[in-house]
Design a protein around this ligand. Structure first.
Ligand SMILES: [Zn+2]
Length: 104
């Protein structure tokens, strides 16, 4: 068991967020945002990886080696998507707390 990041209720660990009955029934607005978020980070992540590969191929063909900057870019991307996730989780939690003051 795990705790819901929005309301704190116990939820199963064995479901992905998209198939989590608790999110489907209690937090449909969060689930809608989360699916959109996943699609966006996958598309942007794919663009980042393709851009890095193209730059590496260019650097290797021109200079014979590539640098470590791709790791920094990937790390920065990972940090940004975590910040976006936590910021939005906080937004959904605050909205939940406003509408359910007795469950705090
Ligand atoms: Zn919940």
């Amino acid at each position: 068991m795990a705790n819901c990041n929005i309301c704190g209720e116990k939820i199963s660990r064995w479901h992905r967020a998209q198939t989590q009955p608790h999110f489907i029934n209690v937090h449909p607005d969060y689930l809608k945002w989360y699916v959109h978020y996943l699609n966006r980070i996958l598309i942007i992540g794919l663009i980042v990886v393709v851009a890095i590969l193209n730059l590496d191929i260019y650097l290797i063909s021109k200079y014979g080696y590539a640098t470590l900057y791709p790791l920094v870019l990937l790390l920065a991307y990972g940090v940004v998507i975590r910040i976006v996730l936590f910021k939005n989780l906080r937004r959904f939690r605050l909205a939940w707390d406003k509408t359910h003051p007795l469950q705090q």
